[in-house]
Design a protein around this ligand. Structure first.
Ligand code: SAH
Ligand code: SF4
Length: 414
């Protein structure tokens, strides 16, 4: 288990170097150690940032150096094991598997004016939120910076060429690695949200390392990067002090400690008053408005009282509220709220003076809520995956001996 601040990094394979794990200084030191002049590090970095990780394809390097680099950089590409498409080709959900067999989800969402990639920071999650498929499945391990950055590289490859084979190994039975993308969207990643699997602030080294890479090397502005957290207070303060004012989204889901202790178990260590103070600190330090995420669950957190409590917190912290109706998850008995309940909740928020938006859930038909593609893949449930034909049989063979037959009941994961 990671500690609350996520300092317990858990590198995957000490025997190989993932080039995306190296920052500029480390890359320079590696090339220096190979007796190369400093401009070679810049050349290698430019290839990596364009998504080329195979030294044999780095055509401006001498042949001997390409061979020596190939010996240093291990086989660290993830494999594409499943791909679902929704929203008429505008949402692509990828299940990527790393060398040790852990799989994570990355989602690419296309809009006319932006291309957003939703990335995972952990394989699984230890936080145990009972409405979340990832929370039900438990924690596998931390992702390294290279593994998180790689997800953005993969999205880039899709956007630039509609082809994935340059960025991932496509498993034999997966068939195609080409994407039919609709017309009219940017040809590069413009926005990154840390809203995939895992709790980014329980893996601070990889989260900060990825923010640095996105900002310094990909050239994304901090305002186009969003980190979503359950509210791990010390880590919010570290993020505030990092000097890159990314958008902070706090997954609140309840406006009193009694309910939040159940819906967001880390609330027991970091109660609402301390989360609120951390949000206030973040806003004051970075001058950025904080967002509040509220997953609306039928008859659980959709009452007038919860709406008024939420509005009060939003007003005090000057935050913007995003309300997202719960995406039904296999094994979770709770349901999405009725349309009438959603309307009433939004009205109550507005009357109580909150700044709030109702968000649509992208990619419902692609198992797009956090952890759901992995859940249907590993449990062999739900829709057949269009790319990973034969996945269910393969996964059965790999199933962990102690894996549950079905996700835990709501409330049972904490
Ligand atoms: N661990 C972080 C980021 C990943 S989860 C966090 O919890 O903030 C990203 C968002 O997905 C969170 O706001 C989470 O509450 C939401 N989420 C999880 N399961 C969901 C579901 N079944 N329906 C709708 N939103 C869900
Ligand atoms: Fe983890 Fe976020 Fe899911 Fe909670 S909602 S279990 S913190 S991924």
């Amino acid at each position: 288990m990671p500690d609350a601040d996520g300092d317990a990094a858990d590198p995957v394979a000490a025997d190989v170097i993932d080039p995306y794990d190296l920052d500029a200084d480390e890359l320079a030191a590696l090339l220096d150690g190979l007796g190369e002049p400093s401009y070679r590090a810049t050349q290698v970095m430019e290839w990596l940032d364009r998504g080329v990780d195979d030294p044999h394809e780095m055509t401006n390097l001498p042949l001997g150096l390409r061979d020596r680099l190939a010996a240093s950089f291990g086989p660290t590409r993830p494999r594409l094991v499943a791909h679902t498409v929704a929203d008429g080709g505008r949402t692509h959900k990828l299940l990527l598997e790393y060398r040790d067999g852990v799989a994570i989800e990355t989602v690419l969402m296309l809009y006319p004016d932006r291309a957003t990639v939703c990335i995972s920071t952990q394989a699984g999650c230890a936080m145990g939120c009972p409405f979340c498929a990832t929370g039900q499945a438990g924690f596998r391990r931390q992702l390294t910076t290279g593994e998180v950055v790689r997800q953005v590289i993969v999205a880039h490859a899709v956007l630039a060429s509609g082809q994935l084979s340059a960025a991932v190994d496509v498993q034999a039975e997966a068939g195609e690695s080409t994407f039919d993308l609709p017309d009219g969207h940017p040809d590069r990643v413009t926005n990154v949200v840390f809203m995939g699997m895992g709790e980014p602030l329980a893996n601070v080294p990889a989260t900060l390392g990825t923010i640095d890479w996105l900002h310094d090397r990909l050239g994304l502005s901090a305002r186009n990067i969003t980190v979503s957290t359950v509210g791990l207070v010390p880590a919010i303060r570290r993020l505030a002090g990092h000097g890159k004012p990314v958008t902070l989204a706090v997954s609140l889901h309840a406006s009193d400690d009694a309910l939040r202790d159940d819906l967001v178990p880390p609330n027991r260590q970091h109660p609402l008053a301390t989360v609120e103070a951390a949000m206030e600190h973040y806003r004051a330090t970075t001058n950025r408005r904080v967002s509040i995420e509220w997953c609306l669950i039928g008859d659980v957190n959709d009452s007038d009282q919860q709406a008024r409590g939420l509005a009060a917190i939003a007003r005090r912290t000057r935050s913007h509220v995003n309300v997202i109706p719960m995406n039904p998850t296999p094994g979770v008995q709770w349901e999405e709220p009725s349309r009438a309940a959603v309307r009433r909740f939004m009205d109550t928020l507005e009357r109580a003076g909150a700044n709030a938006t109702l968000r649509d859930t992208r990619g419902r038909d692609a198992d797009a809520a956090c952890g759901q593609l992995l859940a249907s893949y590993t449990l062999g449930e739900g829709r057949r995956l269009p790319v990973a034909v034969g996945a269910a049989e393969r996964v059965d063979a790999r199933r962990e001996p102690d894996a549950p037959d079905a996700p835990a009941e709501p409330g049972g994961a904490s």
